[in-house]
Design a protein around this ligand. Structure first.
Ligand code: AMP
Ligand code: ZN
Length: 497
C-alpha cells in the first residue's frame, strides 16, 4: 500500500492559479482553516457543497498520514448585510426578526448547522472557534495594525487604510485585482464619510445605542469587523503562517484579500501558503443564495417540499451528486442530475454488496492482480491530482464493471483480487468519499439487494446450462414483484419498477 501513496499530492493554489505540490510547513502536521457559516439562518445546499469539499480535503490529508488540525469558525458577530460597512449585523437583524436574543439566534442556527453536517456525514473540525469568544484577541490585532500605521480611528470606529498598506505591500494579488483599477472603480462612489477611501474597511465598528451585540474597547463600545475574526482565529490556533486556508470563491474578495492585508499589517507575516477556493452550486446558472430565493435547505431536500424539487432525495444521493463534480467547477442543480446520481449510487453500493459475496473463479477470462493494482493506483492518482473525485468515481465504476462481470461468470477474479477490490472500495467509498450505506425510502437495503443478487445468480446458472425456461421464469416472477432485471454488457443490474 505504502508505495501507492507515492506521487505528489497537488492542489490548485489560488495565489499562483496553478497546481502546486502540497508540502506542509512542519510535516507531519498540517494546519488547515476554512471560513465557517454565519449563523443567522438555515444553511442552504450551496453552503453544504463548500463544507463537503473541505471535508474531502480533510479526509484525504488524514489518509495520506498527516496529522491535521482543522479549524472551522462560527461567525456569530460582525458579518454585515451586503458586506457593506454601514449594513446591519446579520445576527442582530436575525434576532430582531425572530424576537430572540442574538445568542439564541446563534445557538439555534449553530445547532441546525451541526445537524446538517451530520446528515451529510461531514466530519467535525478539530477546533470550532467563535468570533464572540475571541473579542480580546481581535482588539489586540486592531491595536497592532493601528500601531504600525495601517489603520485610523474615526468616530469610535477603526478602519483599515488600504492606500497606506498598498504603498508598501501588494493588495489584490489573491483575487487578481490591481489596486489602481480598484481605486479608479470606487472613486466617487458613495461611501461612508468616516472612511478616507472607499476601499478602506472596518476592523472595529462603533455600536449605536440600540445595537444588541457590543463590547468595550479602547475606541468605545463596538464590535469587530467580519474579516478580522478569521485572521485572528486562524493564526491563534495554526500560527502566524499556516498551510491551507479555504473558502468559497465568493469570499476571495474582499474577505480573504482583507485577511492577508490584516495579518501582514499587524505582524509582517503572510498568513497562508495554499489558498483553496471552491466553486458555487448554481440553480439555472445562478449562484444558490438565500437572497436569490433559490436556496433550499437540506430538510426541504429530503422531503421534496420546495418548488424546485420534483421529489425528495436522500442526503447520500446529494453527497454523491456533489462529489461527481470537481470542487473547482460550478455545479448546476437539477432534478435529472440528482436522479442520475441516485441510480449511480445504487449501482455502486449494489456492486459492493456483490463483491462481499463473490466466489473466486478461474474458469472465465481472468482479471490479473496487476489490473486491480493498476485500478487502485489510478484512484490514488485522481485524488492526488487536486482531489479529482469525479475521475476517482469513474475509476470505481471500472471496478463495478469487473465485479458485475465476475458475478455473471464472464470474468474470473482470484481470491487475492477480490480481497484487494474489497479493501479499495471500502477505503474510497466509505473513508475518502464519506458515503454511507443507507436504507433509503425505496427500501433498497443490503438484505434486499443480497436477495435479488441471489436470484440473478440462479438465473445465470440456469442460462449457463441452457435452461432458458427457468431463467425467464425467474425474471418474470421478479418483475411481477416490481423488481426489474436489466441485462447490460457489464452484467445484470436491477431496479424497482
Ligand atoms: P456564509 O455563511 O454565507 O458565510 O457561507 C458559508 C460558506 O458557504 C462560504 O465559504 C461561502 O463561500 C459558501 N457558499 C455560499 N453560497 C454558496 C454556493 N451557492 N455554492 C457553494 N458555496 C457557497
Ligand atoms: Zn473567513
Amino acid at each position: 500500500m505504502a508505495e501507492l501513496r507515492k506521487g505528489p499530492f497537488v492542489l490548485t493554489n489560488t495565489l499562483s492559479r496553478k497546481k502546486e505540490e502540497f508540502v506542509p510547513l512542519d510535516p507531519p502536521n498540517v494546519g488547515f482553516y476554512s471560513c465557517g457559516p454565519t449563523v443567522y439562518s438555515d444553511v442552504h445546499l450551496g453552503n453544504v457543497r463548500t463544507f463537503m469539499s473541505f471535508d474531502i480535503l480533510f479526509r484525504w490529508l488524514k489518509h495520506l498520514g498527516y496529522k491535521v488540525r482543522y479549524v472551522r469558525n462560527i461567525t456569530d458577530v460582525g458579518h454585515l448585510l451586503g458586506d457593506a460597512a454601514d449594513g446591519e449585523d446579520r445576527i442582530s437583524k436575525g434576532a430582531r426578526a425572530e424576537k430572540l436574543e442574538p445568542m439564541e439566534i446563534v445557538q439555534k442556527y449553530t445547532n441546525g448547522f451541526h445537524d446538517v453536517m451530520r446528515m451529510f456525514n461531514i466530519q467535525p473540525p478539530s477546533i470550532e472557534p467563535t468570533a464572540t469568544g475571541h473579542i480580546i484577541e481581535q482588539i489586540e490585532m486592531v491595536k497592532r495594525i493601528l500601531a504600525n500605521g495601517y489603520a485610523y480611528e474615526a468616530n469610535g470606529s477603526v478602519y483599515f487604510d488600504v492606500p497606506a498598506y498598498a504603498k508598501k505591500y501588494a493588495y489584490g494579488e489573491l483575487s487578481g485585482r490591481k489596486i489602481d483599477e480598484l481605486m479608479a472603480n470606487t472613486r466617487g462612489t458613495e461611501g461612508q464619510q468616516e472612511k478616507k477611501d472607499p476601499l478602506d474597511f472596518a476592523i472595529w465598528k462603533k455600536a449605536e445605542t440600540e445595537h444588541l451585540m457590543k463590547w468595550p474597547s479602547p475606541w468605545g463600545e463596538g464590535f469587530p469587523g467580519w474579516h478580522l475574526e478569521c485572521s485572528v482565529m486562524s493564526t491563534k490556533y495554526l500560527g502566524r503562517t499556516f498551510d491551507i486556508h479555504g473558502g468559497g470563491m465568493d469570499l476571495k474578495f474582499p474577505h480573504h484579500e482583507c485577511e492577508i492585508a490584516q495579518s501582514v499589517a499587524a505582524d509582517g507575516q503572510v498568513p497562508v501558503r495554499y489558498w483553496i477556493h471552491t466553486n458555487m452550486l448554481t440553480v439555472n446558472g445562478r449562484k444558490m443564495a438565500k437572497s436569490e430565493g433559490n436556496g433550499f435547505t437540506p430538510q426541504e431536500l429530503l422531503t421534496g417540499e420546495h418548488k424546485l424539487l420534483e421529489r425528495g432525495y436522500s442526503a447520500m444521493t446529494v453527497r454523491f451528486f456533489m462529489l461527481q463534480c470537481h470542487y473547482a467547477s460550478t455545479l448546476d442543480f437539477s432534478n435529472a442530475a440528482l436522479q442520475a446520481a441516485e441510480k449511480g449510487l445504487d449501482r455502486l453500493m449494489a456492486a459492493m454488496s456483490t463483491l462481499g459475496k463473490l466466489k473466486p473463479a478461474t474458469s472465465a477470462e481472468e482479471v490479473t492482480e496487476e489490473a486491480v493494482s493498476a485500478l487502485e493506483q489510478r484512484c490514488y492518482d485522481a485524488m492526488n491530482d487536486d482531489l479529482n473525485t469525479p475521475v476517482m468515481i469513474a475509476e470505481l465504476f471500472e471496478g463495478v464493471r469487473m465485479i458485475n462481470s465476475a458475478n455473471d461468470g464472464k470474468l474470473a477474479l482470484s481470491e487475492g483480487s477480490i480481497a484487494q477490490l474489497d479493501r479499495l472500495f471500502k477505503l474510497m467509498v466509505f473513508d475518502v468519499l464519506g458515503l454511507l450505506e443507507e436504507q433509503d425510502a425505496k427500501g433498497n437495503d443490503g438484505a434486499m439487494d443480497g436477495l435479488v443478487q441471489e436470484f440473478i445468480r440462479l438465473r445465470n446458472e440456469a442460462k449457463a446450462r441452457k435452461d432458458f425456461a427457468t431463467g425467464d421464469a425467474i425474471r418474470e416472477r421478479l418483475s411481477a414483484l416490481g423488481i426489474l432485471l436489466k441485462d447490460t454488457k457489464d452484467g445484470t443490474t436491477w431496479e424497482r419498477a
